[in-house]
Design a protein around this ligand. Structure first.
Ligand code: SAM
Length: 172
């Protein structure tokens, strides 16, 4: 079970980036995205609607405190994996845990978070993006997710046209 915590969501500035954390996370196997910061029903609904069409499981939930959430997840047996440019090289660090809570920032990540995390992992030691860091970590460790449940619409890869399958019908 892979879950994600996106820190410090700011309205309106982070709407797209947080949505993209959810989109990339869902496509690569994250089953739940938590977020802290500004509560954002519009962002949540966008992800819920997409999951309703393309399948899940994937849910989104706001949390008032990252610290309370992290402590709860630790008790549930999750390893806490913070993605940061200051961390240890993801290509050299083996993490085998089945339950993982991945964390991505935020503008400025508090030192406390580095201490609470079981692993601080870098996807290269260059500053880039939470979406890129998340996608690379997930792809390297788990690959693309192949099986989605409750799928209403499916995209069929095609060389030149947009092919969608809806309840076993094919439509353009
Ligand atoms: N100062 C931040 C840091 O600690 O990595 C960079 C801020 S960046 C705009 C927002 C988030 O992207 C970070 O909190 C981190 O989760 C992720 N990120 C950026 N570069 C990364 C890298 N090289 N490796 C892993 N995560 C990275």
């Amino acid at each position: 079970m892979i879950e994600l915590l996106r820190l410090g969501h700011r309205l309106p500035r982070d709407q797209r980036t947080t949505t993209h954390c959810g989109l990339a996370g869902r496509a690569l196997g994250v089953e739940k995205m938590w977020y802290t910061g500004d509560r954002d029903k519009e962002m949540e609904n966008g992800l819920v609607n997409l999951t309703g069409r393309f399948g899940g499981p994937f849910t989104v939930e706001w949390s008032e405190s990252e610290y309370v959430l992290i402590k709860k997840k630790k008790k549930e047996g999750f390893k806490i994996i913070h993605l940061t440019m200051y961390g240890l090289d993801f290509e050299k660090t083996k993490i085998k845990a089945e339950k993982q809570l991945l964390i991505v920032g935020g503008e400025k990540v508090a030192p406390e978070l580095y201490r609470l995390s079981d692993y601080n992992i870098s996807i290269g030691n260059q500053p880039h993006s939470e979406v890129a860091a998340l996608a690379l970590y997930l792809y390297k460790n788990f690959g693309l997710k192949k099986l989605f449940k409750d799928v209403k619409m499916e995209i069929v890869g095609s060389e030149r046209s947009k092919v969608m399958k809806r309840n076993s019908e094919k439509a353009f």
